[in-house]
Design a protein around this ligand. Sequence first.
Ligand code: FAD
Length: 496
Amino acid sequence: MSGQSVKRVVVAGGGTAGWMAAAALSKQLGPLLDIVVVESDDIGTVGVGESTIPTARTFNALLGIDEAEFMRATQSTFKLGISFENWGQIGDRYIHSFGQVGKSTWMGGFHHFWLQARAEGFAGDLGDYCFELQAAKAERFFTDENAAINYAYHLDATLYGQFLRKMSEAAGVRRQEGKITSVRQRSQDGFIEALVMESGEVIEGDLFIDCTGFRGLLIEQTLKAGFEDWSHWLPTNSALAVQTRSTGPALPYTRASAHRAGWQWKIPLQHRVGNGLVYSNAHMSDDEAHTLLLEQIEGEPLTEPRLLRYRTGRRRKTWDKNCIALGLASGFVEPLESTSIHMIMIGVTRLMQLFPFDGVNEAVIARYNRLAEDELEKIRDFIILHYTLTQRADSPFWDDCRTMDIPDSLVHRIALFRDNAQVFQAPGELFQVDSWLQVMLGQGLEPQGFHHMGRMIPPGQLRRALDDLKGNIAQAVERMPHHQDFLDRYCPSART
Ligand SMILES: Cc1cc2nc3c(=O)[nH]c(=O)nc-3n(C[C@H](O)[C@H](O)[C@H](O)COP(=O)(O)OP(=O)(O)OC[C@H]3O[C@@H](n4cnc5c(N)ncnc54)[C@H](O)[C@@H]3O)c2cc1C
C-alpha cells in the first residue's frame, strides 16, 4: 500500500501515551528505528490518569524497570482494587479487587460452591475468600519476588511522563519541543509525510503515532478517521480534578464514590492525593460540581480544581494510513476502571508485534483495528455494567442510567448471570470472570439459579473447605505489614 519501508517514527505528543510509546519502541526495537517525540510545553498534558491495573506491571517488565526505583520516582503507592461506594444503593460498598476469588474447577467457578454454601446457610461474604480483597480492606500490603499477590499502582502522571522520557532519551529517542501547526500529506494517497512546527521546522517520518490527546491532531483533524459516540451508554462527559494534601496513611486501593450525577475518585499517592469529580453536565452544572467536589475532599487543596471535558467513544479507525492513534487521541472510555493506560500499553505492544517494517498495508491495519475495537467494546460493556445495575432512584441521572437501553452483548451477560450464575471471559477480553462476578454481586445482581456441583461434595466437606480458605486468608493478611509501613520501607519518596 505505501511501498515505503518504515524506519523514521514520529510520535506527536509527549503525554503518558507519547512517552509510553517512545519508551517501549526504543527499548524493544531501538536499533532498527529512528524515533522522535514532538511535544509542546505551552500546551502541556492532560495531567490526570493516575490509577492503573495489574498490566502496568507487565509493561514495566517489558521495559526492564526496577519496581522500587519506578515507585520512588513516580511517588507511587500499591493498588489492590477499587472500592465502589454508593453504586448499588446509597450506603453500599464493595471492593472490585485484582484477586482471584476462591478456587475454581474445570466445571465451574468457585462462586457456584459459594452459592451452594449460602443456600445451606454457612457461607461468608464472597470477599472472605479473596486474599487481595481482604488485604485491601485491612489496608495491608506485602510483595517480594516470591509473593503471589496481584496488584497495580497509583502513580503521579506528570512524574511518570518524566520517568519514561528519561528512559527513552537514554535509549536514543530525540525530543523536539514546540507546537505543531500543520500536518503535511502526500498528494497521491493522503499518507502523512511530515509535521510542520511553529518555528517552520519540518519533521518528516515514515510512521506517525498520534498521541496529541483529545485533539487527535493527526488521526482526526488531518485524516478524519471518524468517531463512534458511546455517550448514550456512558453519560458522564466532565471531570473536575484537584490535588490535596494527604490526611492519613495511603490506602492500597482507589475509591470511586457515586454521587447524584456521577462519581468521585480518590487516588492516594505518597506525596499527595489525586481527587476528581466525574459528572454529566446535563445533570449537574459545573458550579454545582465545583461546590460538591470542594465539600467532599478531605485534605487541604494543593491546586485549583481543573475542568476537563470529554466525549466517550472510540475512533472508527485507530490506525489509518501511516498513522496510529494512542491514548486519548484514540478515543476515551471514562476512568471508572482505570483502563486507559492499559489501552495505551496494549496499543503499543500490538504495534510492536505487527510493526510494518516493509511498508504499511491494508491487511495489517485491519488486523490492528479489529483487535483494538474488540477489546475496547468489551471494556465499554464492563463500565456500563456499573451504571445499568444501579438501584438508585434518587436523581434523574440514576433514573436515566437504570432505565437506559444497553448493548445486546451486555444484556446477554446480565441474563446469563441472573438466571444461571454463569460468567465468562471472552477471548481477548481484559476483565476476567472474577471481575465480572465481583461487580455484578457488588451491585446487587442476585443469581436465581446456579450450578449444583457443590452438592457432589460430601456433607461437611464444603463447609470445612470454605472455612479453611477463609481462615488461611485471614491469617496471611494478619501477617502482612500495613501498606504505608511497607511503602516507607520499600520505596520511600521525598514527600514534598
Ligand atoms: C478525568 C480523567 C481521568 C483519568 N483517569 C485515568 C486513570 O485513573 N487511569 C487511567 O489509566 N487513565 C485515566 N485517564 C486517561 C489518561 O489520563 C490518559 O490515557 C493518559 O494520560 C494519556 O494521555 P495522552 O498522552 O493521550 O494525552 P495528553 O496527556 O493530553 O498529551 C497530549 C500531548 O500532545 C501534545 N500536543 C497536543 N497538541 C500539540 C501540538 N499542536 N503540538 C505539539 N504537541 C501537541 C501535548 O503537549 C501533550 O504532550 C483519565 C482521563 C481523564 C480525562
